[in-house]
Design a protein around this ligand. Structure first.
Ligand SMILES: [Zn+2]
Length: 151
């Protein structure tokens, strides 16, 4: 399956990648492993954000941990039998509503620090194929721009 997503925030630093990591509480690392289901991109509150690929907003919600969130369904890039979706967490503002179409060129939201599961302003974004989380690095074009700070 070939997918060519953009990084939602092209010039930011990835502070946490997809995979297993130790839980952080503030600056303290707790010796408990958790699965991190996306990529964290450091961005100050109010940074204009885009989506990884054309699609429509298939869900908008607020959760205690993830704050203001939305999900995009990328119908046009889905091969038969594959449902491809991406999610965006901890937002400050969302400029579009449920079921609206958005392209990868538009400013769709502002990044923030909403929700309790964050140790500083950043965007968490994730990619799902048929409901299964995959590593966003598998589908983004600009792999070489990703600087890893911690994993
Ligand atoms: Zn995250």
């Amino acid at each position: 399956m070939a997918l060519y997503f953009n990084r939602p925030l092209p010039k930011t630093i990835a502070t946490s990648e997809f995979g297993w990591r130790k839980i952080k509480v503030g600056d303290m690392v707790v010796p408990v492993w958790q699965r991190h289901l996306g990529q964290d991109l450091r961005a100050s509150i109010g940074t204009p954000g885009r989506v990884a690929y054309l699609g429509h907003i298939s869900k908008v919600w607020t959760s205690l941990r993830a704050g203001l969130c939305f999900e995009i369904t990328h119908t046009s890039c889905s091969l038969p039998g594959f449902l491809v979706q991406s999610v965006y967490y901890h937002l400050h503002k969302l400029f579009y509503r449920y079921l609206q179409q958005v392209s990868a060129e538009e400013v769709v939201y502002e990044t923030g620090n909403s929700g309790t599961w964050t140790s500083g302003p950043h965007l968490h974004w994730g990619v799902k194929v048929n409901g299964i989380w995959i590593d966003p690095r598998l589908v983004i074009k600009e792999l070489n721009n990703v600087k890893r700070v911690i994993n």
